[in-house]
Design a protein around this ligand. Structure first.
Ligand SMILES: NC(=O)c1ccc[n+]([C@@H]2O[C@H](COP(=O)([O-])OP(=O)(O)OC[C@H]3O[C@@H](n4cnc5c(N)ncnc54)[C@H](OP(=O)(O)O)[C@@H]3O)[C@@H](O)[C@H]2O)c1
Length: 291
């Protein structure tokens, strides 16, 4: 039995499908079981975010999503909660844990927007390493799905996407590739004791990413660079907390032309090319179309 936390999320949902396709039994954790709409073959349990003891019955491997462990102002509390869950799981017979983490997990906190939001990848990763289970920490870069949060509203409203640092680059990672690596780590010993750094197959500037979304939806989209202060104001107007907006812009400023951020680890692990951003944009075109 494989326990998936964050099972309704960006990574968790495709992971559940992949595990089922491999013939694994899956128990999925969600705060809202009745709304989760998971496949019938999945055992759904409520976690809010603490789990009842019996959620660990027969569990041999766990996927820990730090976001699904709940937000807190106290990183140590989240690390302690993760350690307690893993102790219990180990005592019940689990042998493997895989955590979602981030490639910037050792960087300054100001460059980790997720940390500013109360998600503690570093503490959860440390709990996995100390757990006595065979552990894998998936240190990912920028998820392709972030473009929906950042740009979908602007794209629905017109053909121009305004943002800072046009030349900064990301290698957007398709969530299905990350889920496939997670499934591999949960089902085999190949990645035990490793922290693979996962990126998409190609580094792209923001204008290139916007153009690829335009191709997917059949519109001539273009990126217009604005000063970071103007971009920050836009983020604040859309409801983003100030610390998060600043963190994201700092991260973006530092990502200028870092073409070395294409690591090729997804391809090495899966033995096939990584999914491209163009393919991701085709699959998610509806998220950018006017309703
Ligand atoms: N976005 C990126 O570019 C990026 C890059 C590297 C690493 N990461 C890391 O990836 C992880 C996030 O993964 P993801 O994108 O798959 O997560 P996600 O889709 O945002 O969330 C996964 C699930 O967690 C539950 N959840 C959300 N907020 C919660 C909260 N406050 N308390 C309890 N449960 C909550 C929700 O499920 P229910 O509503 O069903 O309970 C949600 O479907 C984080 O550790 C993040 O730092 C992200």
């Amino acid at each position: 039995m494989i326990l998936v936390t964050g099972a309704t999320g960006t990574v968790g949902r495709p992971l559940v499908d992949l595990l089922l396709a491999h013939g694994a039994k899956v128990r999925a954790v969600t705060r809202a079981p009745s709304a989760a709409a998971l496949p019938d073959a999945v055992q759904v349990v409520e976690g809010d975010p603490a789990l009842a003891d019996d959620a660990l019955d027969e569990v041999t491997a766990l996927l820990l999503n730090p976001r699904a462990l709940g937000r807190s102002a106290d990183p140590q509390a989240v690390g302690t909660a993760a350690a307690r869950l893993l102790d219990l799981a180990r005592d019940r017979g689990a042998t493997r844990v895989v955590t979602l983490s981030a490639l910037n997990v050792d960087h300054d906190a100001a460059e980790q927007p997720s940390r500013l939001r109360g998600e503690y990848n570093k503490e959860v990763e440390a709990a996995a390493v100390a757990s006595g289970l065979a552990w894998t920490a998936l240190r990912s870069g920028y998820y392709a799905v972030n473009t929906i949060t950042s740009w979908a509203a602007q794209i629905r409203a017109g053909d121009v996407v305004r943002g800072a640092h046009a030349g900064s680059t990301w290698a957007p990672l398709h969530e299905r590739d990350l889920a496939a690596v997670a499934a591999h780590a949960l089902l085999t010993d190949d990645l035990a004791g490793r922290r693979p750094v996962l990126t998409g197959p190609r580094s792209l500037t923001q204008p290139q990413m916007v153009a690829q979304i335009g191709a997917a939806i059949g519109r001539p989209l273009r990126f217009q660079e604005v000063p970071p202060e103007a971009a920050e104001q836009g983020m604040l107007r859309s409801g983003m907390p100030e610390a998060l907006a600043r963190g994201f812009l700092t991260l973006q400023a530092r990502s200028y032309l870092q073409h070395d951020l294409v690591t090729g680890e997804v391809e090495q692990i899966l033995g096939r090319p990584g999914l491209t951003f163009a393919q991701w944009a085709d699959e998610h075109a509806d998220a950018f179309r006017s309703r």
